[in-house]
Design a protein around this ligand. Structure first.
Ligand code: ATP
Length: 507
């Protein structure tokens, strides 16, 4: 729907609203907060649950070809050897030889990069010019040694440019502590822990870095117990963990997050067709739940960035204030996972086609979406501000199926004559909608509070309700239009109005 506000809203605005209204809090806040880890508050938990339910509905309940599972976070560590994560799920890191902090190589040195604690890193030339005499001399010595090794007489820091192709040991630590960054080393992003009482290598297991493998190792169980024929899919929603080096942008990139993944098993010659299908499905999903088409785009991966397991890969991106960024990846994983699990487990995972009598490993097309990122995009996209005479009105134009509260029941005032009827109205509404009863502050303020958290409809109980007509007022969040309806027909009237808002938001 049309918004008053144009352009992407700043993340800060959403972070502050999320905190103020109880959507998202920083983890362990009373201890100063654990970096880039977030807790979902009373409204956030409802909204995120709605996001996940919407996905599950579209993916599993509204289709005949997909079933769900819920696999454990802890898995046999050999799964991660077979999947390639033990060997290859890494980022190159450089470590300071003094403070031993680690930085992602591609973030150092670049003017726009961020370090582990999110302070900006300047270009090499700027770093060098800011060095103390002693460190500058040390750097000069190292540079000259490097120059000699290249057979050159002199290399200056400025020669490196800001592209990151610098000789190890000659880039000063971005912390400015006099140390230098060393050789890049591969750093595995999987969280490790131990299973059982002995903390040795044999007991080492991982927190899953993706939910997908839980599906692949259950492929045979699901296929035989449901007696599915190809093509069919298996969907899962759950937590994943990645020891990201540079998390940030609020809940966009965190170390603990939730994924909504679906693995679609099909004959190899159908994979391209299903790839196109899942791209279209995903775009429709985002639009259906209120993200405006203009803020969405698809981007095919370049050869360099395509994951090792993928034959084809495409991101669905959202236009955040910090730039276009990935909400979902759609991969054609071919038979990469099943063939590796066959090799490592010794189990025959081939599919037998009863019609053609052919035996083969299915191909897999995977739409992999982040629940937290999707929620962030929906929040950002729903945010609107209407200028008012005294103050502007902040409205979250959330889809009714996503909004944390669907209907708020508000007695006009705290007058005790209103209360029994107001309570009765709430009891009538409660079984049908996620509802809230609010009798604090003035009615105008309560409308504003509900607008700000995206409640589509408010129901107001006033003196006429009690004394005259046994009717209440329904107020629409977006248009602020009010209609009077009898309490008897209230639930049906609310349903109708929610449908109107659903269409408005999705259109
Ligand atoms: P990125 O390139 O942003 O690191 P990715 O390509 O590694 O993400 P995938 O492995 O394709 O991500 O995971 C699928 C989805 O899971 C992503 O599109 C994203 O929505 C979500 N996701 C991945 N990593 C994170 C994270 N650290 N925090 C929050 N969500 C994440």
């Amino acid at each position: 729907m049309q918004r008053t506000l144009t352009g992407p809203v700043e993340l800060e605005t959403i972070v502050s609203l999320a905190k103020r209204r109880g959507f998202v809090f920083q983890s362990s806040e009373i201890y100063g907060g654990l970096g880039s880890v977030w807790d979902y508050g009373p409204l956030g938990v409802e909204m995120k649950r709605n996001v996940k339910d919407a996905w599950w509905r579209a993916m599993v309940r509204e289709r005949d070809d997909i079933v769900g599972i819920d696999a454990a976070i802890l898995m046999d560590p050999r799964v991660w050897v077979a999947s390639g994560h033990v060997a290859g799920f890494t980022d190159p890191l450089v470590e300071c030889d003094k403070c031993h902090r680690r930085f992602r190589q591609d973030a150092v040195p670049s003017a726009s990069g961020v370090t582990e604690d999110e302070s900006p890193v300047g270009p090499v030339s700027a770093l060098v010019s800011g060095l103390s005499g002693q460190v500058a001399q040390e750097l000069r010595n190292r540079l000259e040694a490097h120059a000699r090794s290249l057979g050159k007489r002199r290399v200056t820091a400025v020669d490196y440019g800001d592209a990151g192709d610098y000789p190890p040991g000659t880039v000063p630590c971005p912390q400015g502590d006099g140390g230098f960054l060393g050789e890049p080393r591969q750093f595995n992003l999987m969280f490790k822990t131990f299973m059982g009482p002995v903390e040795d290598d044999a007991a080492r297991i991982y927190l899953r870095p993706e939910t997908a493998q839980g599906i692949f190792v259950n492929y045979e169980n699901v296929q035989t117990t449901t007696r599915r024929k190809l093509p069919f899919g298996v969907a899962q929603i759950g937590k994943s963990f990645r020891n990201e080096i540079t998390p940030g942008n609020f809940i966009f990139r965190t170390r603990e997050f939730e994924q909504m993944e679906m693995e679609y098993f099909c004959p190899p010659d159908q994979a391209d067709r299903w790839f196109d299908h899942w791209v279209e499905f995903s775009m429709n999903f985002f639009k259906r739940y209120g993200i405006r088409a203009a803020n969405l785009r698809t981007r095919v991966h370049t050869d360099d960035e395509r994951p090792h397991y993928a034959k084809a890969a495409l991101d669905v991106e959202y236009n955040f204030s910090f730039g276009w960024a990935e909400l979902e990846t759609i991969n054609n994983r071919a038979d990469y996972d099943l063939s590796n699990h066959e090799k490592h487990s010794g189990r025959d995972l081939k599919y037998f086609d009863e019609e053609t009598k052919a035996k083969f490993l299915p191909y897999v097309v995977e739409p992999a979406m982040g629940a937290d990122r999707t929620m962030l995009a929906i929040l950002v996209d729903a945010y609107d501000e209407e200028p008012g005479e005294k103050e502007s009105r902040v409205v979250m134009r959330l889809h009714p199926d996503i909004a944390p509260i669907t209907v708020a029941v508000l007695p006009l005032s705290r007058n005790e004559r209103l209360m029994p009827t107001a309570r009765r109205v709430h009891e009538a509404v409660r079984p049908h909608f996620n509802s809230q009863f609010d009798d604090t502050q003035s009615i105008g303020r309560r409308y504003r509070r509900q607008d700000e958290v995206g409640t589509p409809l408010c129901v107001t109980v006033d003196f006429d309700t009690v004394e005259k007509d046994q009717a209440v007022t329904i107020r629409d969040r977006d248009t602020m239009e009010q209609v009077r309806v009898p309490i008897d027909g209230l639930v049906a009237a609310l349903r109708d109005r929610l449908d109107v808002i659903r269409k408005r938001v999705a259109g």
